[in-house]
Design a binder for this molecule. Structure first.
Ligand code: NCD
Ligand code: ZN
Length: 352
């Protein structure tokens, strides 16, 4: 690859962590994702959450109906189930047979629509054992929810209090540490020893590669830069950028694009979530280019995710062009609007 390419080609990427919601807004957000990605891991934090295979199947059918309206037949939603205190061993086995891609652990109260989340992992012992046995990955929102713990420390504390004990108890359980935000998480995943097969990976969002916590307070409060886990200090951003661009297959793309209507963000108690789907690949390209590692983007975006999930890599290619794209101030979201990441500014790379 030349030093400063003006165009790059890569195997079509997948998004290993995505919220597309439901109902009237779904079509609008899906339209942005399918321009770039071939597959996406669909988060189950609907209201009520997607806790069973039957609910996931009906959700998938609604997604496929929207894709049909968009005239898209080249996109595959990968469904997940929301782990609860009551998830049964039978449901895990049924999920495996039904082709469910993973279970998602939300500690109760950690984030948007997580009230039904797990209050203590001890309630999930049998379900986790079954996941390990059938080879069902567990995706974790890695933050403790104890209000005594400072919000900027919740991820690091989760590693010590939850993740490390979990991995000791279930050494063969495949775990994805989702949307990591700290140096501690980056180094934990990088340095984790696994017996034989690789059992640990992490996804990283574009906002955590491009912004630190100053972005939440730049000249005033910036609700569109508020997501969970919250942006951290610059040293953490640099550690994430380092591992994401290192070529280590344990780190791959997951946008965590999390749409909330403008009014729900610009409020006295605004929702958490950044909407990056509009041009997520352009944002990732900016991040990789900032450290001269554009040649590592394809592995991160297109190879390491399917390899971890033991799915085939995509074969189609996409092109990214170094051409600034103006990002609209607002986009349609059902009967409302949404403010995308970089609204009113530009993203340096566009889809060719
Ligand atoms: C997500 C959402 O809105 O569903 N929000 C977020 O800030 N990332 C939930 C989540 O992934 O934590
Ligand atoms: Zn998420």
């Amino acid at each position: 690859m030349p030093m400063n390419p003006t165009q790059i080609q890569l195997i079509q990427p997948d998004d290993w962590h995505l919220h597309i919601r439901d109902g009237a807004v779904m079509k609008d957000v899906l339209a942005d994702t399918v321009r770039q990605f071939a597959r996406a891991i669909i988060m189950p934090n609907l209201k009520p959450p997607v806790t069973t295979v039957d609910l996931a199947n009906t959700y998938r059918a609604r997604i496929l109906a929207q894709l049909k309206l968009l005239d898209v037949d080249s996109f595959t939603p990968l469904m997940t189930l929301y782990l609860t205190n009551n998830t049964s061993v039978d449901e895990v086995r049924k999920a495996k047979l039904a082709g469910i891609a993973a279970f998602k652990l939300y500690p109760a109260g950690a984030t948007t629509n997580s009230d039904a989340g797990v209050s203590d992992l001890k309630h999930c012992h049998a379900a986790l054992e079954a996941m390990q046995a059938v080879g069902m990955p567990l995706l974790v929102h890695g933050e403790v929810t104890n209000s005594q713990v400072d919000i900027f420390d919740r991820e690091a504390v989760f590693i010590d209090q939850v993740l490390e004990p979990l991995r000791k108890t279930f050494p063969e359980l495949k775990i994805v540490f989702e949307h990591i935000t700290t140096l501690q998480a980056a180094h934990y995943v990088r340095d984790a020893t696994t017996a034989g097969k690789n059992t640990i990976a992490a996804t990283i969002t574009p906002q955590h590669l491009l912004m630190n916590r100053n972005a939440i307070f730049n000249g005033g409060i910036r609700p569109h830069h508020y997501c969970l886990p919250v942006l951290k200090r610059e040293e953490h951003r640099l550690a994430l950028l380092e591992v994401a661009t290192s070529g280590n297959p344990r780190f791959f793309l997951g946008t965590d694009s999390a749409p909330h209507a403008k009014g729900a963000k610009e409020a006295a108690c605004g929702c958490a979530g950044c909407y990056s789907a509009f041009n997520a690949m352009g944002l990732y390209a900016e991040a990789f280019e900032s450290v001269g590692k554009l040649d590592r983007l394809e592995g991160f975006a297109s190879f390491f995710g399917p390899d971890f999930y033991t799915l085939p890599r995509n074969s189609k290619k996409i092109t990214l062009v170094k051409q600034a794209q103006n990002i609209p101030h607002e986009l349609p979201l059902g009967s409302e609007t949404i403010v995308p990441l970089r609204a009113g500014e530009t993203i340096a790379w566009s889809l060719g």
